[in-house]
Structure formats: structure tokens, C-alpha cells
Design a protein around this ligand. Structure first.
Ligand code: HEC
Length: 197
């Protein structure tokens, strides 16, 4: 081995780059296995047909989703294709109204309003908004709130009316239910137990 020889250093640089490229490719594929829809941490969209619960996992020190028995959203079982269309619409509603300006989804956005990553699980729907709106289910109370947030304030800051149609509000609720089923390693901390409002 001749350390003075530039060829030695060139071979070292080339082989290190190649090895790291393989490691990078492996990590990229591994991450996709976790974060793509239907992957290890992200259920398929038709999870909205089921109950979504949580339990604290002491080994991971995180709240972990438990996908339970049938609990179809708005009482109607949807196919995977229908669920996918709902998600596309819900996502478009959220993007078109810039909900991110006030809310956070999966760590992106602002904290003027509550974090919406696990909003579906907020006990306020059954404890406050269902009685307030006179609706019998959480999803109906959410639709009513999303269409007229200015009529049902519960907090020091009010949400403005974003003029959602009923279809848009229903698709947004479907999106929020799916979002709550994602295993986010316990983020945001304490959701479900501690109501930030
Ligand atoms: C100007 C800021 C602002 C914008 C824009 C906004 N919100 Fe809100 N949102 C709020 C505030 C403030 C609250 C708390 C209101 C209350 O509790 O009375 C809230 C509450 C909510 C809640 C209830 C959260 C919970 O679990 O307590 C949902 C769901 C929600 N917003 C969805 C949306 C969606 C969807 C959009 C976009 C279409 C949106 N918001 C746009 C400010 C905003």
C-alpha cells in the first residue's frame, strides 16, 4: 500500500461512494416501506371503514394505533377506490383553503389552531361539539363544525368560515379519520388524553 500514490486515494473515494450509494438506496426503500399508503405505519385509505383506537406502547414510549372492528364513516362502507377518491378530494380541500396557515398536519403547518393530525380522536367532538351541534355522530358533528365553525366556537381563538360545501366537508372528515390511523410514533404527544384546548 502506497499512501503517496494518488491512485490509492482515488480507489478509496470511488469504493466509499459506491458503498454509500447502496446504503442510501436501501434506506430509501426501507423508508418507503414505512411511509407509503398501505406500508407499515400508514394504513390503506379504506381504514375509514373501521374503528380507530389507541393504546400506549410502553416499549416504544408512544401511543400506537389500534385498528378495531367495523365502524363505517357516515354509516356507509366504502370500497378502496371510493376511499381513494374521498382522500384526493379531502386533500384538495385542505390545500385549496390553506388550512396549513393555522393548523398542523403530520408536523407541517402552523399552531394558530389545534394540531389536526389526530383531530378525529379529539374527545371534544363527543363531549362538546356533538351536544352543541345536536348531531348524533362524531362525523356529522365534524361536518357541521367544518361548514359553520363560526357558529360553534369553543376556544379563545375562532376558526373563520372557510365556505366548505357539504361534500367538501365530508371528504375532509374522511381524510382526517384516515390521518388519525397513521402510526406517527406518538406525535403529537399526549393527544387523546390531553385536550390542548
Ligand atoms: C384562520 C385560521 C384557521 C384556518 C384558516 C382554519 N382553521 Fe380550523 N381552527 C382554527 C381555530 C382557531 C380552531 C379552534 C376553534 C374552536 O375550538 O372553537 C380550529 C378548529 C378546527 C378543528 C377542530 C379541531 C379540534 O380537534 O379541536 C378542525 C377539524 C379544523 N379546524 C379544520 C380546519 C380545516 C379543514 C381548515 C381548512 C378548510 C381549517 N380548519 C382552516 C383556525 C383555523
Amino acid at each position: 500500500m502506497n499512501f503517496q500514490d494518488p491512485l490509492f486515494w482515488r480507489a478509496g473515494a470511488v469504493s466509499t461512494t459506491l458503498v454509500m450509494l447502496v446504503v442510501l438506496a436501501f434506506l430509501t426503500i426501507d423508508s418507503y416501506n414505512y411511509i407509503s399508503v398501505g406500508g407499515r405505519n400508514v394504513p390503506k385509505y379504506d381504514v375509514i371503514n373501521q374503528e380507530i383506537g389507541y393504546k400506549y406502547d410502553w416499549a416504544r414510549s408512544a401511543d400506537t394505533p389500534v385498528i378495531g372492528g367495523p365502524q363505517p364513516l357516515f354509516g356507509k362502507v366504502v370500497t378502496e377506490a371510493e376511499a381513494t377518491r374521498l382522500m384526493e378530494k379531502g386533500k384538495l380541500v385542505i390545500q385549496s383553503r390553506n388550512c396549513f396557515n393555522c393548523h398542523t398536519f403530520l408536523g407541517n403547518g402552523a399552531y394558530y389552531g389545534p394540531d389536526l393530525t389526530k383531530s378525529w380522536l379529539d374527545p371534544a367532538w363527543s363531549q362538546i361539539w356533538m351536544p352543541m351541534t345536536g348531531k348524533a355522530t362524531r362525523e356529522d358533528a365534524m361536518v357541521e363544525f367544518l361548514m359553520h365553525p363560526d357558529k360553534y366556537p369553543t376556544w379563545s381563538r375562532e376558526m373563520p368560515n372557510m365556505h366548505l360545501s357539504e361534500d367538501e366537508a365530508r371528504a375532509t372528515v374522511a381524510y382526517l379519520k384516515w390521518l388519525s390511523s397513521i402510526d406517527t410514533n406518538g406525535f403529537p404527544a399526549g393527544f387523546g388524553r390531553l385536550n390542548p384546548q
